[in-house]
Write a new protein. Structure first.
Length: 258
């Protein structure tokens, strides 16, 4: 049985569909009421709740356990991108909202489902991003949140290893989702996309991320990723300093920051 947040559309919905096709029972949670329609198409349980509301999240987990008897896998994928702005210019409420959803929402999801997953020696998968491994100027809150998710998942992996429960961390590049569309529609991000190498800036279909999640659950993987080059990025992040300094002087980035 898989419990998936951010399940109304995009990666969460696709992973849910692929798991249901493999015979898994699935619960999809999202703050968007569309989740009920998405779940109905899959024969899944739809749960309308916001991951920033601990009580609502707790009720959703309880309803899932009551329906299915337990939880074998949790995919903590609910997230937002936030406003493209510098640290100096962004409204503090906008910055903190991203952390509230992307980081604290993941923490709340993992904590709420943890006893049930541990009981079944299952698998937990918080969704980070390649933004956990590279700086995200203009989307700093998003990058901070995803770096926090990575740290959370890696520490949790160590804390519960003795239980036989496994914890992965998912790292996705640019996936063709509504979240990416919202980010790239913002003028500062649109202006800086040309700084990205073509291999990075080429969006992958949602199904690639959904497939990676299913494979990660079935293999109980410590790293889940798409596209294929993500492990190389993670392995070389300690050598990015010179590139960061070079990009910081780039005319296009400086214009977007202004």
């Amino acid at each position: 049985m898989a419990f998936i947040t951010g399940g109304a559309r995009g990666i969460g919905a696709d992973a849910g569909r692929k798991l249901a096709d493999r015979g898994w029972s699935v619960a999809l949670l999202d703050r968007d009421p569309l989740v009920d329609e998405t779940a109905a198409r899959l024969g899944a349980l739809g749960l309308v709740a916001d991951v920033t509301d601990p009580d609502a999240l707790g009720r959703a987990v309880a309803a899932t356990v009551e329906r299915f008897g337990g939880i074998d896998a949790t995919v903590a994928g609910a997230g937002i991108v936030g406003t493209a702005a510098t640290i100096e210019a962004i409204d503090p409420a906008d910055f903190e909202r991203v952390l509230e959803v992307n980081l604290l929402g993941v923490w709340r999801t993992l904590r709420a489902t943890l006893p049930h997953v541990v009981e079944r020696r299952g698998y937990l998968l918080p969704i980070a991003s390649i933004a956990a491994a590279i700086p995200s100027p203009l989307l700093n809150a998003y990058g901070v949140s995803k770096a926090g998710v990575e740290a959370l998942g890696r520490a949790l992996r160590m804390e519960i290893a003795h239980t036989g429960t496994r914890v992965g961390v998912a790292y996705f590049g640019i996936i063709d989702t509504d979240l990416v569309a919202q980010a790239t529609a913002q003028a500062p991000i649109a202006r800086t996309r040309e700084l990205l190498p073509g291999i990075v800036d080429r969006p992958l279909p949602v199904g690639a991320a959904g497939k990676a999640i299913v494979r990660g659950i079935e293999r109980r993987s410590s790293k889940v990723y798409a596209p294929w080059w993500v492990p190389a990025l993670l392995a070389t992040r300690g050598f990015q300093g010179p590139l960061e300094r070079l990009l910081a002087r780039n005319r296009i980035l400086k214009e977007a920051l202004r």
